[in-house]
Ligand binder design. Structure first.
Ligand SMILES: [Zn+2]
Ligand SMILES: [Zn+2]
Length: 151
């Protein structure tokens, strides 16, 4: 393999370059597979040998992608869910937040209907019913739509 910082040829198991002293992967100036100079740091693959350059850059910070994917797994706050349910639950906002989209759209539709008709008694009853439904949900729901527990 080659040093990605200076292009020096290295032992395949080397993690630090013996010529420039930098850990391999700090810079993305040379292809680790063939030693070709990388003209553009944003290149995804080496234009000479076709090896992906992203794998080399990952060595720079091996923990970063792991943390990122953990967040993408969707850690939603239970506190936010409850607050949304109390204040905006009649419009399904808490379910939008938790990812229960279809249920949220039903609540939003009925909630808007209730709001429009709220100058009649029936609208108030609808909104009250929806709020009751939302409060029941924030009490009983402990996981989001992806099945992840709330944080
Ligand atoms: Zn080097
Ligand atoms: Zn290459």
């Amino acid at each position: 393999m080659f040093c990605t910082n200076c292009g020096n040829e290295l032992n395949d198991k080397a993690t630090i370059c013996t010529k420039c002293g930098l850990p391999v992967g700090v810079e993305k100036k040379f292809c680790a597979a063939c030693g070709t100079e990388i003209k553009n740091e944003r290149q995804a693959i080496c234009l000479n040998c076709g090896v992906p350059l992203t794998n080399q850059a990952v060595r720079k910070a091996p923990t970063a992608p792991a943390i990122k994917s953990g967040l993408q797994g969707g850690v939603r706050s239970r506190t936010v869910f409850i607050l949304l349910g109390i204040f905006l639950g009649a419009y399904g906002v808490h379910n939008f937040y938790a990812g229960y989209k279809s249920k949220a759209f039903v609540q939003l539709g009925v909630g808007i209907f209730g709001l429009i008709t709220s100058f009649f008694l029936i609208g108030g009853v609808i909104l009250l019913g929806l709020t009751g439904w939302a409060i029941y949900e924030i009490v009983t729901t402990t996981v989001d739509a992806d099945g992840n527990p709330f944080a």
